[in-house]
Design a protein around this ligand. Structure first.
Ligand code: XMP
Length: 557
């Protein structure tokens, strides 16, 4: 590391002009007027604003900061000060990204970031931007650094608050093509790696750059580094929890809705349940929930929705029994995508006709969560690709003029769950495994009939019962039964049987993008198999799906 270390020390000897002085000088040169300081902020909220330059890890940065109990939001690089002032930013993070600072049209940090005098953490591309926009020089690296590297901080600036309590050599995860060859005025290198003389840089006003990704698990000390930045450099209290969000969220919904009437479609899933509970807390009877029983739910689910929302939460609930309609819409359909389309269309028809019966309705509340927002190019920061469109079953009635209310828009799934618990929702709903919008229709392979739905529902009930009894429900992403359209021969007592084969599927996953089949204990599988064959007439064989995703998907259709 000695060549890089020498370079580090040479860079450390650069002159000591302040950022403000540099900005003033460059503006004067360009004949630009000085920028007014941002307006005063509401001290009761404090947050980090993360500029998303398109790194695949941007959302992970947000997760980490929130785990460290500091509220943050991702915004696009062109966000105006007026657009973010309500967040009361106390610090900025500039994310990584695929661009190179000298590319034509490369995104930049808005000038108010540096004029604000607030601390800034630049990560990878964000660090190059800090250097580039504040008068340093960036060049393409001859050795592109990607993957694991060691950084060394020994003897450079041992008292620096960013590095406080950390080891002087640390494994980190690098991913960059450019490197800093000249530091901006006032900055010092704080660490080097074999290929980066400046793996970390900083100045005395709380501006820092990291050449590596502190947000990924491959940088084991990354979380400590981020914590140092938040608590020691920025002075955050570090006391934000999703619980804080509840009161704020309720107030925001109240302000937004005023006296308006709002509807919300309940699906039985956690997102719509928490949305309804929060909106109800905010505006009481201005909210009406519509629950469409499509006949494609699990056993006792419709009853649970009615019980929880109508009886316990005292929410006005319109319960529509649309089982027949959905069966008719699905008659003779065997193609999975056609099933989805028919179910989506039918849902909109039923929902619209019920909503119309309510008279004037101004708003519709939806359980959109943060990953949906960030993953959707149209509403998010605009930098990530659109994923999972087919999962937004139902969609919104197209010609109805509602304004959208999305109170969970800025929360991650586990935060939504905590909010649900705070609002008094039962654990059974809050920790429910995901269930697809088209429900059991895509777990009956081939044509969907009332009889087949009953078969899969009975088998599914036994799977759920045994998985819960074994204490495995919370560990599994999903566990369920699928009714195949294959009949097989069996023997029961002295009789030949000819019944359906059922598949049991249980997967572990962090998110649904990938999944591994769960190594369920043989005893549990044996109990499930015995009970299904004995208790569900019409099913005489049980198989276990041992395909992971990829190459399989979680659902069979
Ligand atoms: P796959 O089968 O694609 O499923 O591995 C990934 C996750 O999405 C759920 N899923 C759906 N959810 N509408 C939904 O609301 C759908 O059409 C749909 N298809 C799959 C699936 O249960 C799993 O959690």
């Amino acid at each position: 590391m000695s060549r890089a270390a020498d370079e580090t020390h040479r860079l450390a000897a650069s002159d000591d002009l302040e950022v403000a002085a540099y900005l003033e000088a460059t503006r004067e040169q360009a004949g630009e007027a000085p920028v007014d300081p941002p307006p005063t902020r509401d001290p009761s909220i404090e947050s980090v604003v993360i500029f998303d330059f398109g790194s695949q890890y941007s959302m992970l940065i947000a997760r980490r900061l929130r785990e460290l109990k500091v509220y943050c939001e991702l915004v696009p690089p062109d966000a105006s000060w007026e657009g973010i002032a309500h967040l009361n930013p106390k610090a900025f993070v500039l994310s990584g990204g695929p661009a190179s600072v000298y590319d034509e049209g490369a995104p930049q940090a808005p000038p108010y970031v540096f004029d604000s005098g607030l601390p800034v953490l630049g990560i990878c591309y964000g660090m190059q931007l800090l250097a580039h926009q504040l008068g340093g020089r960036v060049a393409a690296s001859t050795e592109r650094e990607y993957g694991p590297a060691m950084i060394n901080t020994r003897g450079i600036d041992d008292d620096n608050p960013l590095l406080s309590g950390l080891h002087s050599t640390m494994p980190v995860w690098m991913s960059h093509g450019d490197r800093i060859v000249e530091l901006p005025p006032g900055f010092r290198p704080l660490a080097f790696s074999e290929n980066s003389p400046v793996a970390v840089m900083g100045n005395d006003s709380g501006l820092y750059g990291l050449q590596f990704h502190p947000e990924v698990v491959h940088t084991p000390a990354g979380k400590d580094l981020l914590e140092n930045f938040l608590l020691k450099v920025c002075g955050f209290r570090g006391d934000w929890t999703p619980g804080n969000f509840v009161q704020q969220g309720i107030q925001r919904v109240r302000d937004h809705l005023g006296e308006g009437k709002v509807i919300c479609a309940l699906s039985g899933g956690v997102d719509s349940a928490v949305t309804a509970a929060l909106v109800h807390e905010a505006v009481g009877d201005q909210l009406t929930c519509i629950f469409v029983d499509n006949g494609l739910m699990r056993r006792e689910e419709p009853e649970r929705v009615v019980e929880t929302f109508q009886r316990h939460q005292k929410i006005r609930l319109v319960h529509v029994d649309a089982r027949e309609r959905f069966l008719r819409a699905l008659a003779e359909v065997t193609n999975p995508e056609t099933k989805r389309v028919r179910i989506g269309e039918e849902f909109i028809r039923v929902f619209e006709s019920e909503a119309r019966k309510l008279g004037q309705v101004d708003f519709i509340a939806q359980g959109t969560t943060y990953p949906d927002v960030v993953e959707s190019a149209s509403t998010g920061t605009g930098t990530a690709a659109k994923i999972k469109t087919h999962h937004n079953v139902g969609g919104l009635p197209s010609d109805m003029k509602f304004q959208l209310v999305e109170p969970l828009r800025y929360l991650f799934k586990d935060e939504v769950r905590q909010v649900g618990l705070e609002l008094g929702l039962p654990e059974e709903i809050v920790y429910r495994q995901p269930f697809p919008g088209p429900g059991l229709a895509i777990r009956v392979i081939g044509e969907v009939t009332a009889e087949k739905l009953e078969l899969v529902r009975s088998a599914d009930w036994i799977v759920m019962d045994e998985i819960k009894a074994a204490g495995l429900y919370g560990d599994l992403w999903q566990s369920f039964a699928i009714l195949t359209d294959t009949k097989t021969v069996g023997v029961m007592g002295d009789f030949r049987t000819y019944g359906y084969a059922v598949t049991v599927r249980a997967v572990r996953a962090e998110d649904a993008m990938t999944a591994d089949w769960a190594r369920l204990p043989y005893d549990v599988l044996a109990r499930i198999s015995n009970r299904i064959v004995n208790e569900v007439p019409g099913i005489n064989r049980v198989v276990y799906d041992i395909t992971s995703k990829p190459p399989g998907t979680i659902e069979w259709e």
